[in-house]
Design a protein around this ligand. Structure first.
Ligand code: ZN
Length: 68
């Protein structure tokens, strides 16, 4: 419970500080996979966007996602 926003987060593997690479808007919901690709723009009606912050470890390349 002690880890909150603004605090440095370390890699689970090598304990190096993770570098933030910004926030990506992940699309969730709606149709997924090949069907969703074929539906194209129509598929966007049923989906929502989930902002996730991407943090990358400079040491081993481990990536973690955090809800932004
Ligand atoms: Zn690492």
């Amino acid at each position: 419970m002690a880890q909150m926003m603004g605090q440095a987060l370390n890699c689970l593997r090598c304990q190096q500080p993770l570098e933030s690479r910004g926030v990506l808007q992940f699309r969730v919901g709606g149709a997924t996979g090949l069907g969703g690709m074929l539906l194209g723009s129509l598929n966007q009606l049923g989906e929502t966007r989930l902002p996730l912050e991407v943090r990358v470890c400079p040491g081993c390349g481990h990536v973690e996602l955090f809800r932004a």
